[in-house]
Design a protein around this ligand. Structure first.
Ligand SMILES: *Cc1c(COP(=O)(O)O)cnc(C)c1O
Length: 486
């Protein structure tokens, strides 16, 4: 009787395990959908102002759709349509991500096999794979083999882990906070402020150190500020240098900052979420030199290695400090704890159970090697130089700075009227056009357009399209701007 009941439940739950025929059909349709998208992609806008996905809010999630075709249609129309198209090479806003195909297959395998990548005991191979990837990235930035790290969901969590590790390593207590000082420029990524707050050190004193005219921290001003703080009985604790700021791609003088941090006993953190992987290129020269001397470092494979969203990395130079800040103990984990020679992600981050993130990086590396990544990054640096050169020669345009990495900041200089309004209008017109997508920032108090070149599908023809779009849209808005004056 009871056995029959159990069996009938099993039958009801059986759609959770589709048959081989069903699996084949589902896979074919999903893969076909992905292929159709990639075929269409060159013609799709980088930004789509049509639609807002609202049917998804009214969706009855408890009722299944009749067919996968309808489900995929919903996805195409309401999700993969409105807004920004990060798969497009025309995405030149913020810091573009990637989405290389090989990684999608890695995610597929990770999900189908569902290996438990949190602890060594559960999946020694998965953990060794992730550790090896971390070691490879440590080698790229010049960290020693004693460093440890974690593959996170992104740069924000990676930065948070670094802050927590530093807090623990310096033994900060609640009562210390009001005399503890954090140093950065105003161009540090906003996720650092979030991280300080979440890590419970939001009450620390923040010092924003002045920048030079190219938006790099002034190390002498930093030293002076630290000296004054010490003289006033404060506790200088944490220094953030940027290996490529989001605003302008500026690289702080990382070597000089390392010197100051070492002399003053500060925890030195480098945020290389955007820029650190450029270390793979030859043309970067020694411009990122000094990041190897940091205590902690963040880099984002979903930016600099063109991976789909969901991959950041934190590295801690003295690996044991990362473990001390995140280790755990629980009776129900006693079998796992016995095998502790190999570092496990769960003892090095806030997460226990997590996506097997290593596979989406390992698979492309094993299939392609590192050369295509290196070349792609070189191409992006060269494209930024090309765009800067073209803009410099363009009438009515002002380049704010030679690109230090792959971000180009510039503005349109109208013959009359308010340049800030004109550039905002220009940016709106570009977004409505959709062939390319730019974002904006403020430079020396002016509204500035920025082209951030990092999507792996951004090529020479994309930059030429941008230049064409700029000409077309300036011609469109120019009469309006001069009209403003009269
Ligand atoms: C993108 C970025 C971050 C945040 O990383 P997410 O992966 O978006 O969480 C932090 N710092 C810099 C410099 C960035 O460019």
């Amino acid at each position: 009787m009871f056995r029959d009941h159990i069996k009938s439940l099993q039958k009801k739950a059986s759609p959770l395990e589709p048959s081989e025929t069903e699996r084949r059909e589902l896979t074919e349709k999903v893969v076909r959908h992905g292929e159709d998208f990639l075929e269409e992609l060159p013609e799709l806008p980088a930004y789509n102002v049509e639609g807002d996905g609202h049917p998804l809010s009214e969706d009855d999630l408890t009722q299944p759709e009749e067919s996968i075709d309808r489900v995929l249609n919903t996805y195409r129309e309401h999700v993969n349509g409105p807004g920004l198209n990060p798969a497009s090479g025309g995405h030149l806003g913020y810091i573009p991500g990637g989405g290389i195909f090989h990684s999608a297959l890695g995610d597929f395998l990770a999900a189908v096999t569902n290996r438990y990548a949190g602890v060594y005991f559960a999946s020694p191979g998965a953990v060794r794979m992730e550790n090896k990837l971390l070691q490879w990235m440590a080698d790229i930035v010049g960290y020693p083999s004693t460093s440890l790290g974690n593959i996170t969901s992104g740069g924000s969590i990676a930065n948070l882990i670094a802050v927590v590790t530093a807090r623990q390593a310096h033994g900060l207590k609640g009562k210390d906070l009001e005399r503890t000082v954090i140093y950065s420029t105003t161009h540090v990524h906003h996720c650092m402020d979030k991280a300080f707050r979440i890590a419970g050190v939001g009450e620390c004193i923040r010092r924003h150190i002045p920048m030079d005219e190219r938006f790099r921290m002034d190390p002498e001003a930093l030293e002076g500020t630290i000296r004054d703080d010490r003289a006033n009985g404060l506790y200088p604790w944490f220094l953030v240098g940027s290996a490529g700021t989001t605003d302008t791609g500026a690289i702080d003088p990382l070597r000089e900052l390392a010197g100051v941090a070492e002399k003053e006993g500060l925890w030195y953190h480098v945020d290389g979420a955007y820029g650190a992987f450029f270390q793979l290129t030859e043309s970067i020269g020694d411009r990122l030199k000094g990041m190897e001397a940091s205590d902690s470092l963040v880099m984002d494979p979903h930016k600099g290695l063109f991976l789909p969203y969901g991959s950041g990395v934190v590295l801690i130079r003295e690996g044991e400090k990362l473990r001390k800040a995140h280790h755990f103990q629980a009776d129900y984990m006693q079998d796992a704890a016995e095998m502790n020679d190999v570092a496990s992600p769960a003892e090095l981050s806030p997460e226990l159970t997590r996506h097997f993130r290593g596979l989406r990086l390992w698979l492309p590396l094993k299939l392609l090697g590192v050369e295509p990544f290196r070349a792609g990054l070189e191409e992006k640096l060269a494209l930024a130089q090309y765009l800067a050169k073209e803009l410099r020669n363009k009438e009515h345009f002002q380049l704010f700075d030679d690109p230090q990495l792959s971000v180009v900041t510039f503005r349109y200089l109208p013959e009359s009227g308010d340049p800030d309004l004109a550039n905002k209008d220009l940016n709106d017109a570009i977004r409505k056009d959709g062939r390319v997508f730019l974002s904006s920032t403020r430079i020396h108090g002016h509204y500035a357009l920025r082209a951030a070149i990092l999507a792996f599908r951004t090529h020479l023809h994309t930059i030429d399209t941008l230049l064409t779009v700029l000409d077309e849209k300036v011609a469109e808005i120019a009469p309006k701007e001069s009209g403003v004056k009269e």
